[in-house]
Write a protein that binds this ligand. Structure first.
Ligand SMILES: [Zn+2]
Length: 452
């Protein structure tokens, strides 16, 4: 019997909590119970946490204090998550402009961690992160991985960029957590040449991990390579796809190549949100104990089943509170009840970043999943669509051997149909489409702000 997970969970994780001043172990135990609470019980918990956060922000965080006073908002106006709509949405820009005013008065006592988003879509956002929020974040991840059968202490190999693969410069605490609690080995998503992937396969074969985790495209590229070379890893139970939109063809390829189920993961550190697919694969369960996640269009909650901007309130980050924060992602909420029995509400699908949505002047909106359908009929190895403005679209294409002039015309026609008579659609042939600084692949770069 493998004793390591028992020791990791009951001895190593609590010890690492004591050393680092975190509470991951305690939160994890709580989350394992609360996931089975009813929707009403979870909402009651959220409302209680929300009232405490709002009180703290009003009394101790200058930005919220001033903004809310200007609107004549009083503490008693915000009693439940339904009242959140009275509070204005904040953007990355608001945080950048008023950075110091987002710090709580007791900031120094709380000793938060400085952090930043990867900045794959423009400038990175700097912010601070409470240890309480950090502990909740990790506990939510462990619980979410648990949906796929993960136990703390199981071995994981990650193929990703800087946001997933800790560097040598990481703090001692982070290294301990990484190496001893998670027994994690990181492989870089940047150079996935055949030669490197062969090395990755050797490392994985030797290490015998229980789980594989990574960017959706990195896992897909690696899965294709392994399938073509008949490489398999019998120790792997499941794969976690994160940080990029998981397209259905990618999921299928990864599942076929490794003979495992793929679990989609969604995590936003700046807004404090986290959601994870369970083994029913009907959507992603939101960690309601950690955040309030709203889906908004034209300042109203979208009807269930429709696309909305994701707005997050982190219930645990008191040093630098995120209250109604526009994450920059778009998703579809659902009220379907999951047969797994968890009370955690669900996101039907994450559609991607708002900058990864094409909106045509005829009102049609295309996000990544639709585009994979458009492109699947063509022999195209890689693509990137750039929407310069309402009327101009550039298709960067790495073509395969059988892609013909006729195909090019047909592809342009599909886009032209929506761009309209005054529009222009051009194809630019490339040898390779570069990755972002954090190693992610971007399929769509839209310079038009979608009307959401
Ligand atoms: Zn479920």
């Amino acid at each position: 019997m493998n004793l390591y997970p028992k020791i990791a969970r009951n001895v190593i994780l609590p010890l690492s909590d004591i050393a680092a001043g975190t509470k991951i172990s305690r939160n994890f135990k709580f989350l394992e119970k609360s996931q089975w609470w009813s929707k009403e019980e979870l909402q009651k918990y959220q409302n209680k946490k929300l009232r405490a956060l709002i009180k703290h922000a009003y009394e101790n965080v200058p930005y919220y204090h001033h903004e809310w006073r200007k609107l004549n908002l009083k503490l008693q106006d915000i009693k439940t998550i339904k009242d959140l709509r009275k509070i204005p949405i904040i953007t990355k820009e608001d945080i950048r402009k008023n950075f110091n005013d987002f710090k709580s008065k007791d900031f120094a006592v709380r000793k938060p961690k400085p952090s930043a988003t990867g900045g794959s879509t423009g400038e990175p956002l700097k912010f601070y992160y409470d240890w309480a929020a950090w502990s909740m974040d990790w506990a939510c991840l462990y619980r979410g991985w648990g949906f796929a059968g993960y136990h703390v202490g199981d071995k994981i190999v990650t193929v990703g960029g800087s946001s997933l693969v800790p560097s040598q410069k990481s703090s001692f605490q982070k290294q301990v957590k990484n190496k001893i609690v998670e027994r994690h080995v990181g492989l870089s998503a940047f150079d996935m040449s055949k030669e490197n992937m062969r090395k990755y396969a050797e490392i994985i074969t030797g290490y015998k991990p229980h789980f594989l985790r990574g960017y959706a495209t990195s896992l897909y590229i690696f899965a294709k390579f392994c399938e073509e070379n008949s490489i398999n890893f019998p120790t792997i139970h499941a794969a976690f796809s994160t940080a990029e939109t998981l397209f259905e063809p990618y999921r299928k390829e990864i599942e076929n190549a490794f003979g495992v189920e793929v679990f989609n993961e969604y995590g936003i550190r700046d807004g404090g949100g986290n959601a994870m697919e369970c083994d029913m694969h009907l959507g992603l369960h939101v960690s309601l104990e950690r955040c309030v996640m709203e889906f908004i269009k034209n300042n109203e909650n979208v009807p269930l089943g429709e696309m909305g901007k994701i707005i997050l309130t982190d219930l645990h980050n008191y040093s630098f509170p995120f209250i109604r924060y526009d994450v920059g992602d778009v998703g579809i909420p659902t009220d379907e009840k999951c047969p797994c029995g968890r009370g955690l509400s669900m996101i039907k699908r994450i559609e991607g970043r708002t900058t990864e949505i094409i909106q045509f002047s005829d009102g049609t909106m295309w996000a990544g999943p639709v585009l994979t359908l458009v492109f699947k009929d063509f022999d195209i190895l890689q693509y990137q669509i750039i929407q310069e403005n309402w009327n101009r679209i550039i298709l960067k294409v790495v073509k395969g051997k059988t892609f013909s002039e006729k195909d090019a015309k047909r592809l342009v026609q599909i886009f032209n149909y929506h761009v309209g008579e005054n529009g222009s659609v051009e194809i630019e042939y490339m040898d390779k489409i570069p990755l972002t600084k954090s190693g992610k692949r971007r399929f769509i770069i839209s310079k038009v702000k979608p009307q959401l």
